[in-house]
Design a protein around this ligand. Structure first.
Ligand code: HEC
Ligand code: HEC
Ligand code: HEC
Ligand code: HEC
Ligand code: HEC
Ligand code: HEC
Length: 281
């Protein structure tokens, strides 16, 4: 294969950081600038995620650096392969989530970079991080408040989760200058997010006493407390709730049973009446 060489003389400046991939900088300054402010800077290089070999062309800036093991831009499904190299445990937990399930089905559900950013990843302790406590509702709302995004995927999913959350006790005091009490991921988990109907979900009715009862929250929360609580406004949590989808299913099952017995009854009546007519003649 012919290696195209866009050769630009490259001078190593004495002040250059060891970990800046100078060879990438010349052609991708936007990504490098973001990267320099991220938590990965000075610990990782571009090549740690993208592959490539920054030393391949010596002092010459060349696209040849994007050669050895170069993986380029990952597909949404391949992002986890970038991160799992170093964040194995988080990736393992994430792969149990509804987000990963849906991503595998080709839907645009959350991958690592949707919540954490790409080249600008920061520790969640940093107030500018998309996963900083106060920024989490906004990070989830990017998708969960988005009518078209949610509807195109699955019309059963509510798009009012941010709005209903904002009306809740946990957010209200914050809106008026007080403290933010609980955010999305406190109840739904950050990586192990599951549907409420999943018995393993932190918001499944059977697990709510433990979720609400986390240290610093409602220690000793019992079923009575939970049944009375409102989380997504107007949707008080019912321990034996039947949702709309369930109702429709039950309706159809009853309809089918009714129709079946009606048809069988008609056939039966038909047979017996024929039998009677024959007997008379
Ligand atoms: C001499 C210029 C040059 C250098 C040096 C260079 N690149 Fe590129 N890179 C390009 C060009 C040109 C493209 C293709 C343009 C496009 O699709 O936007 C590209 C595309 C990419 C892509 C996207 C590939 C895809 O699949 O769409 C990634 C990721 C990338 N480069 C990473 C790197 C990394 C990491 C380095 C350093 C190890 C590097 N590049 C060094 C010029 C360069
Ligand atoms: C922590 C992993 C990680 C590191 C480190 C990293 N990248 Fe990326 N990069 C990604 C991911 C993930 C994408 C795909 C983004 C997307 O899906 O839009 C990407 C996309 C790109 C693209 C394609 C941009 C586009 O929008 O099409 C370029 C170019 C690129 N990276 C260059 C770099 C350069 C240069 C560095 C070093 C300064 C670097 N990356 C470091 C993870 C990383
Ligand atoms: C080559 C190894 C490597 C890869 C690949 C990598 N990271 Fe990291 N990551 C690190 C290191 C090292 C740190 C810094 C930890 C520290 O400062 O204590 C870090 C820090 C982080 C942090 C902040 C952690 C904290 O405790 O403050 C997040 C979030 C993060 N990475 C997410 C990602 C995501 C998302 C990807 C994939 C797009 C990724 N990382 C890819 C090595 C990596
Ligand atoms: C739905 C959003 C979401 C997705 C998807 C997600 N994370 Fe996170 N992640 C979070 C949140 C929120 C936190 C911070 C939780 C906290 O406050 O302790 C976090 C914490 C982390 C941390 C600990 C460092 C820190 O800043 O506290 C790492 C490392 C990390 N995630 C890596 C990953 C990797 C790797 C993936 C993909 C396999 C991933 N995350 C997918 C939301 C997400
Ligand atoms: C990139 C977009 C995106 C982001 C960001 C995102 N989600 Fe999701 N989420 C989805 C999609 C898509 C689904 C799957 C909907 C479906 O088809 O069931 C989903 C499913 C869920 C579900 C299960 C609900 C259901 O009915 O399937 C919960 C709970 C959830 N997400 C919570 C969160 C929380 C909490 C955050 C932030 C920490 C978050 N999500 C961030 C896109 C996203
Ligand atoms: C105090 C805990 C708590 C907080 C904070 C919270 N939720 Fe929920 N969420 C729940 C509970 C409990 C349910 C299940 C009962 C219901 O549907 O109201 C639920 C249901 C959901 C569902 C539907 C899940 C399903 O499987 O049908 C989505 C999506 C969702 N929440 C997203 C969010 C988002 C996004 C945020 C932040 C903006 C958030 N939640 C904040 C507790 C919480």
């Amino acid at each position: 294969m012919i290696m195209v060489l866009i050769a630009v003389l490259y001078m190593t400046t004495a002040s250059a950081q060891e970990n800046i991939d100078e060879s990438c900088y010349h052609c991708h300054p936007a990504q490098v600038n973001e990267f320099q402010a991220s938590v990965h800077f000075n610990k990782n290089t571009c090549a740690d995620c993208h592959g490539g070999d920054i030393n391949i062309s010596g002092n010459v800036v060349s696209i040849n650096v994007m050669h050895t093991n170069f993986t380029g831009k990952p597909t949404p499904l391949n992002v986890t392969n970038f991160c799992s190299k170093c964040h194995e445990s988080e990736t393992r937990v994430y792969k149990e989530s509804i987000h990963w399930e849906r991503l595998k089905e080709g839907r645009s559900a959350a991958s690592c970079t949707d919540c954490h950013g790409i080249h600008n990843i920061l520790s969640s302790k940093n107030t500018n991080s998309s996963t900083h406590f106060e920024n989490i509702p906004g990070t989830c709302a990017k998708c969960h408040e988005n009518q078209t995004r949610m509807q195109a995927l699955y019309y059963g999913i509510q798009t009012d989760r941010f709005d209903t959350y904002k009306k809740s006790f946990h957010y209200k005091s914050y809106a008026s200058g007080g403290r933010l009490l609980a955010v999305c991921s406190d109840c739904h988990e950050n990586h192990d997010t599951k549907q409420a109907s999943d018995p393993k979900s932190a918001v499944n009715p059977t697990n709510l006493p433990a979720t609400c009862g986390k240290t610093g929250c409602h220690t000793g929360a019992n079923n009575v407390f939970i049944t009375g609580g409102k989380i997504h406004e107007e949707q008080s949590v019912k321990l034996l709730s039947i949702d709309a989808k369930g109702l429709v299913t039950y309706f159809y099952i009853i309809m089918i049973l009714f129709e079946l017995s009606f048809t069988i009854g008609l056939i039966f009546l038909g047979i017996t009446s024929k039998f009677e007519i024959r007997r008379r003649h």
